[in-house]
Design a protein around this ligand. Structure first.
Ligand code: PRT
Ligand code: ZN
Length: 284
């Protein structure tokens, strides 16, 4: 039985469970006790605080864990990132009061910076040749400059609205983070390694599905060549003749991030009845 540590409650918990559910894994545990077993896959979930997950995996209490890269780096455990999970995206940035003039990172020399991530910050300061005083606080970092306990902060930023509402501006992005599955690959016994491989195969299929859309459209047969040239497709697009003479239907898979750009081109090439549909799983 492969033991997977996930966050008990917080920003990553629902998304972790959602991903497992989309991978066809049912875990019935509405009250999230410490451990829950899947009914149709040889895994057990351990619900923990995110800060405890790297150590639990390192110590072998869990075989793998789902955690933000920021937490992994801060705790400093030597674990492998076995899969990037595409959710919980954020960045870790330095921010200073809006009114301050800022040219470069040398601004931080001799300043006091409040953070809950002293290790990541110290590594960055060392790399940048900056000497600053790190003030470690465990929460409400964003108010530290307002109440006068620091000159600057180093914290997680997502939309940026927390910084804005505290009169701060983001001046340096130190790290981009997302949820990752971590583990010690070589330490896994054969049966668990096989389960992990099967799980990763499913997670990758779900993630590829999320990143792509299935597109169907009708096009004049005369334009097929030009149209197929703008749609990449998995191998090449499927082209099927329609009952109406001179028309055909084209089906393909397009990357989510380029959908609108490609649709504009298809439209101008005479495509009609364009349908864009979600893909649940995608196995290449
Ligand atoms: O209880 P436990 O210790 O398990 O949870 P936690 O409170 O320590 O962590 P939690 O649930 O808040 O976050 C878990 C993980 O989510 C983090 O470690 C990040 O990897 C990721 N994540 C993604 C974020 C955010 N986005 C985020 N926006 N974590 C925190 N924030 C905070 C940020 O600190 C800021 O204060 O949200 C606030 C709002 O951000 P803006 O920029 O959108 O205003
Ligand atoms: Zn935490």
């Amino acid at each position: 039985m492969l033991k997977i540590a996930i966050q008990k409650s917080g920003r990553l918990s629902e998304k972790s469970l959602e991903l497992l559910a989309e991978a066809g894994i049912s875990v019935a545990n509405s009250d999230r006790k410490l451990v829950a077993q899947a009914s149709n896959f040889p895994i057990a979930l351990l619900y923990l605080r995110d800060d405890d997950i790297p150590q639990c995996v390192y110590d072998g209490v869990a075989d793998v864990g789902v955690v933000g890269e920021n937490v992994l780096l801060e705790t400093g455990y030597a674990l492998d990132v076995v899969e990037r999970l595409g959710f919980g995206k954020c960045r870790m940035s330095l921010a200073i009061p809006k009114s301050e003039k800022y040219d470069d990172v040398a601004w931080f020399n001799g300043r006091k910076i409040a953070t809950s991530y002293p290790k990541i910050l110290q590594d960055f300061l060392d790399r940048s040749g900056v000497q600053a005083d790190i003030h470690h606080i465990s929460g409400s970092v964003e108010i530290a400059t307002g109440v006068g306990i620091a000159d600057a902060i180093f914290d997680i930023v997502s939309s940026g609205s927390t910084l804005l509402s505290n009169g701060l501006k983001e001046v340096d992005v130190v790290l981009h983070s997302e949820a990752v599955m971590v583990g010690k690959k070589i330490a896994l016994e054969q049966e668990k390694a096989a389960t992990l491989e099967k799980l990763l195969f499913r997670l990758q299929a779900v993630q590829k599905g999320r990143k792509n859309k299935y597109v169907m459209l009708n096009a004049p047969t005369a334009s097929v060549e030009k149209i197929t040239a703008v749609i990449p497709g998995m191998k090449s697009p499927t082209v099927v003749p329609l009952a109406q003479d001179g028309w055909c239907s084209i089906h393909s898979v397009l990357p989510e991030g380029q959908i609108w750009e490609i649709i504009d081109q298809l439209h101008s090439l005479g495509a009609q009845g364009i349908l864009v549909m979600p893909i649940e799983k995608m196995i290449l």
